[in-house]
Design a protein around this ligand. Sequence first.
Ligand code: ZN
Ligand code: ZN
Length: 888
Amino acid sequence: MAKNPIQYTEDTLPKAYEAGNFEESIYQSWEKAGAFKAKIDKKKKPFTVIMPPPNATGTLHLGHAVMLALEDIMVRYHRMKGDSTLWIPGTDHAAIATQNKVEKNLAEKGITRHDLGRKKFIQEVETFVKGSQSTIRNQVRKMGSSCDWSRETYTLDEGPSLAVRTVFKRMFDDGLIYRGNRIVNWCPRCQSTLADDEVKYKEVQSKFYYLKYGPFIIGTARPETKFLDKVAVVHPDDKRYKKYIGKTFDVPWINGTLQGTVIADKASDPEFGSGVMTITPAHSMVDFEIAQRHKFEIVKIIDEKGNLTDAAGKEFAGMNAKLAREKIIENLQEKGLVEKIDENYRHNLSVCYRCDTAIEPLTSTQWFINVDKKIPKRNKTIKQLSIEVVKNGKIEILPEKFEKIYTHWMGNLHDWCISRQIWFGHQIPVWYCDNCHGDPIVSIDTPARCPKCKASELTQDPDVLDTWFSSGLWTFSTLGWPKKTKELEYFHPTSVLETGYDILFFWVARMIIMTTYTLNEVPFNTVYLHGLVRTRNGEKMSKSKPETCIDPLDMISKYGADALRLSMVIGGGPGNDIRLYEEKIAGYRNFVNKIWNISRFILLNTTAEERATKFTKKLIKTTADKWILTRLQKVIKNATKLIEEYNFSEAGTQIYDFLWSEMADWYIEFSKGEHKNSAVLLHVLRETLKLLHPFVPYMTEALWEKTGSEGFIMEQSWPKYDAALIFTADSKKIEKIHIAIGDIRKMRGEYKIDPAKKLRAIMYGGTLTPLLIEKKQAIMRLANLEEITIEKKGPKPEKSLSVISGGIESYLPLEQIFDLQKELERVKKEMEEHEKQLAGVNSRLQNKAFMANAKKEIVDQAKQDAAHHEEALVKLKEHKVSLEKMAK
Ligand SMILES: [Zn+2]
Ligand SMILES: [Zn+2]
């Protein structure tokens, strides 16, 4: 007889799953076969996810890994469910971060961007981006991400760039984009503006100065901004200062005498300090607004480099503002104008989120999006539209608590400063005429001539747009907009946007703003926000504690992508932070191995011919077959529901538990020997692998091939709940046997019987007797019995342990277990020992001196000890009573 080529033997099926031997080649074969490619199919429902684009120059970090794992689960599930599934990968140019990196590299060679000039510098950045883009792409692949690489998009690609210019022009024409002189957050190191939410706060300790200002005392932490503070502001209702309102007087000050004026404005807080403040309109948002209300002059004291301007006077102009502080105070002290200095002023300093440099609020001419102006013909503001779509449920945010946070944030949104003073990014599509200096020319394409004077000497605005402007368009710019593409029509709005809650405002909110404005539809139906990855102790991972930082790529090479994915998904839920450490990932590698071992056992016990036979209902033979098929339907139903509800953790756990406890522990045990039914074994295995596939894509694909099944598992249909495979009555019978076996095991545990000791048992099965007889061998194996007597019914055997449940009576004759008298002695002795200990602890707990002086931990420990002894005594007493009953 010819040897069957796929008759597995212990040697041909590896004992353990080595992820490293499979992952790369499996991914390549998926990609090569085009298995990730999305197709437009009007008969199917679309399911679209856009991948939050990692920075083009970045490397895969844990945040990406969590995001990729969760999105891949959703995408694989929907693909198997039969939806037309599209997952678009991409990379973000991350303007400020990337430019910083390249500038740093240049600085090592002693070159600045200005030495190169704009064009050459951009070429330099582009070369750098090309080099590192492939790194992040390969790392995304390593996670097993089944995204459609044929549609990969980069934020600076031609399509998205056209989308950016088109939206800019439209918003400008609608009067929503304006150029204005306003206070911005300026980073003197990055030499650029930052959006409000790009500012971080750091608690610092500094000095706080109380200065004599005419008849008042004013407080400030930043005397270097005060050179031209000519206006003192009091609250209109503050009785203390009523008589001063409207008065002017001479104020001896840093550079000689100023003429000060007192005004009333509700912005002044009577409770804060002396209740009088002076204003520095060019360097504070509040002061700027007061100055605008009262039409005061706005003079810049600090420039973009953080140096004092000419307005600070000859002595100070050109000095670094912060370094000048002490000198200014000396100057004021000499004049007797310093009332006192508080050395321990703690406050929140705003710093740049990129480089940690202190932010300098200053006035600057920038481009803004007006969030409070009504959109023509829509009669609503951007803000109102963006709040509305969440309130009316067009967008659902998970976890729900973020809906409130979002609405609140959106309600308080200020005009969005969108210009950045860097070179890398989408250059603002605005030109200025060098000839007539007329109005700015806003245009999608580079204009040839000035529309007013027809001159061709035009200069483009040197600034670039905030990176979030282009990522705000990401759901539709990746689908071809502004062209009317079939993709846009079919795949938009996208289904789920999955990302970390830390970028809810940066990105999610901006997508809602830009999409509802541009397309008049939502960018996505559901927002799923995952938590942050934390250390074993729940702390934030930080580079300053490298031992707590986990590199996902390291973990993949050590334990496999499947194990890493599981360790980030199981135990997590929307919004929950995830604790991650190496032992946890190693634990999930064992979990993956258990699935492999169960499958391996089944493969070793089936022939190639059996694997080639299609499962039908006719192949069901035993009651146990019916039970496992019934259980399988239940897990299919539950897992599907849980995935639909985004409860991936519970879905994964239930599928695994099914395979482990029901399939391996019970069904395989019940189906050994003559009861083996390969058809059912293989069917249940295949269905379970399909359920597991979205969670552990690589190993399930490797096993799928070994089960002799056709095609990729990733292209199979998601298992369907089949009511024809529900056998309620038969299942109940099997469950009763499980309970009976469980009871025997429990008795063994309670009476501390050596687990290896084989016992004799008597079972009265009533109507279940034929089934008990049929499963006799399995029951003996599972309960570790050497002999079993099965009868329909009978008298209670004397001196035996007994339990009756679900209509089955089980007895274990006592003499094989222990000498009754000896056991009674042992129990009594054990009870005495506990009583002694308990008395000791109690006397301490009743001792007033001990209670008054002992540390809380010691007292708590004593209380715990007392509880432990009490509990043990209750159990022992029960045991003693039952032994005494038997001895009678
Ligand atoms: Zn900075
Ligand atoms: Zn002109």
